[in-house]
Design a protein around this ligand. Structure first.
Ligand code: C5P
Length: 230
């Protein structure tokens, strides 16, 4: 898996023309795009259709969290509109995760789970009744995710080693918070370079602003891919 690590560019923009423009400017070196709540809420399935028409793969990052039946049907809907990968909140529990995994198996979409949002610290967890540290909670939810038969998880780069040790190679690790050496961190606090993330065992690196905010996004992507393969 390590050699096959890929980039998913986060299309965190408001409009389809902006998204189109970015995809065209980035060009053929990037296959995966992440569509999140910002773009999907305004433009919906059209976003996915646009990317598929460009020959791209789509990570639909809508983080479903609901009763098992509803989440299962949402995963089926994500597959029906053409997404290749989608995600749920592991906090929805074992039955919800099993429903998502079943829908994924039956439709062919890949489905992963978010464990603890990186915006949650121990105090935030405690406020919602979770008396575990973020690290303990990440591991607990990742285990539930694996047991339910999901394809993998979203994790921070700093958790890759732990996750690989715990779950082996056959577990998809999708990793945001990636910053090329010397680039602006923005609001990301715990970052890793593309090369180090690949070396640690990431499968898909989710990268937004270092590519989408670059004067030459194609060059930024090419430089990151070169760093990953180095
Ligand atoms: O621009 P940047 O590279 O920071 O974008 C990272 C993307 O990954 C954004 O879409 C962000 O919402 C998402 N993400 C993240 N950290 C998480 C989960 C998702 O940065 N823990």
């Amino acid at each position: 898996m390590r050699n096959a690590a890929e980039i998913a560019v986060a299309l965190d923009v408001d409009t389809l023309p902006e998204a189109f423009d970015l995809v065209r400017r980035i060009g053929p070196s990037v296959t995966w795009y992440k569509v999140g709540k910002q773009l999907f809420t305004q433009h919906g399935p059209e976003t996915v259709r646009m990317l598929k028409a460009e020959g791209k793969k789509v990570f639909l990052d809508l983080k479903y969290h609901d009763i098992p039946n509803t989440v299962g049907q949402a995963v089926r809907a994500a597959a029906a509109i053409g997404a290749d990968l989608t995600n749920v909140h592991a906090f929805g529990g074992p039955e919800m995760l099993a429903a998502a995994a079943k829908a994924a198996t039956e439709t062919g979409i890949k489905a992963i789970a978010v464990t603890v949002l990186t915006s949650m610290d121990a105090a935030q967890l405690q406020a919602v009744g979770v008396n575990a540290t973020p690290a303990e909670q990440v591991l607990r939810l990742a285990r539930l995710t694996k047991t339910a038969g999901m394809h993998g998880i979203v994790c921070s780069a700093l958790e890759i080693g732990l996750m690989r040790g715990e779950f082996g190679r056959d577990f998809l690790l999708v990793v945001p918070g990636i910053r090329p050496a010397g680039s602006d961190k923005g609001d990301q606090k715990r970052v890793m370079t593309p090369r180090d993330a690949v070396r640690a065992g990431a499968n898909i690196l989710v990268i937004g602003r270092p590519i989408t905010g670059a004067a030459d996004p194609a060059k930024a992507a090419a430089d990151i891919l070169a760093d990953m393969r180095n």
